[in-house]
Design a protein around this ligand. Sequence first.
Ligand code: EPU
Length: 422
Amino acid sequence: MDIFRIEGPVRLSGSVTVNGSKNASLPIMAAAILAGGKSVLKAVPHLSDISVFRKLLGQLGCKVTKNRKGDLCIDSTVIDNPVGDYEIVRKMRASICILGPLLARCGRAEVSMPGGCAIGDRPINIHLRGLRELGAQIHLKSGYIIAEAPNGLTGKDIFMGGPFGSTVLGTANVLMAATLAKGRTVIESAACEPEIADLANCLNKMGAKISGIGSPRLIIEGVRQLRPAEFEVIPDRIEAGTFMVAAAITAGELRLQNCRLDDMMAVVDRLRNVGVTVDADGDGCVVARSGSIRPADITTQPYPGFPTDLQAQFMALFSLAEGNSVIIEKIFPDRFMHVAELNRMAANLRKEGPTVIVAGVKKLIAAPVMASDLRASAALVLAGLAADGTTVVNRVYHIDRGYERIEERLNPAGAKITRESI
Ligand code: EPU
């Protein structure tokens, strides 16, 4: 198991390139199932979650390779085992997004029901409701979702809102299934996240007929079949946001290459609000801080609101603000495993239900801390960059799920992060 040793405090200065989006790549890899041929995906990041998904597609019968340029090639000519195995799904919940495409392509799918998760309760009732509306018969057997549509799926008007708003992977599942359904589907209260828009753009390139992309109302005219496509995934806005906080928390200056500010308006707004400058520059931006950090409030919301996937990182930043901030988590009300760990580093955080009151402190103090999930561990790395002393982050495999060799990318800009195997 790897750990990080982080020497702080440092002031970052330099440039870093943002990789392709993990959360766009995963459903787009699943979309390749629909095509029955060889799709070529560009800018898919090298992450452990992507490797797990490759394995999953391999078990279905797909051939997944890399070409000389490093593009991911998924040949889905043969799908002879439409089963999402427990051993893989338990490692990565996003595996659930093979359900819709398998059902549409094969008329049948068996996917292990995802279990508990470090960021809280994560039901899939809306995914299943949407697929049932399209005509699927679904039941649960030995922990597996068995979905059947031997005569194909049929388009329908479907409302997909839930108690916390839209669902990202639920929208992906139903959207993918609807591309091959007979007739027209309307998904109301669809997720508007850029990753879903990217998926829809990829599906259209494969021959789907989707309109309303990026809006809460997606309209899908079903087609008989899709063809393989070549597609480049968008930059990762969550990785970009994490690097922005790295510049901000270290009072440094980072140039981010390959970053779409258009997808990040809520994040940029909060950064500017606390005294960080963010200036567009070429295909990216420059993020810098010279003065103190002002306190601010954040409420996480579905896109275009502030993303839950950056809540932990901003909590680390606000820990050093001059005053009190309030963070309200409206997507995953229990996504606060980082609170106790940040407090071990002398932050002053008080959790009240889905709210954390962040009383700014003058400095963070290094400590051994435990990564609990991907974004929580990113927050601990960020805190370690700013803290006095040597922070040891355990269970770095969590961070490797979503950030490719983060230490090798931040160290040239002045970070002092070493990876050790213990
Ligand atoms: N929800 C339901 N029923 C459902 C589905 C979701 O009640 O059937 C609820 C969830 O419990 C949650 C809310 O709806 O309260 C939103 O969940 P959503 O379904 O949108 O989450 P997801 O699709 O499972 C994706 C990302 C997450 C990200 C969330 C929210 C991927 C692979 N995962 O998950 O990313 O936090 O959207 O934006 O795209 C991460 O990258 O670290 C990560 C956890």
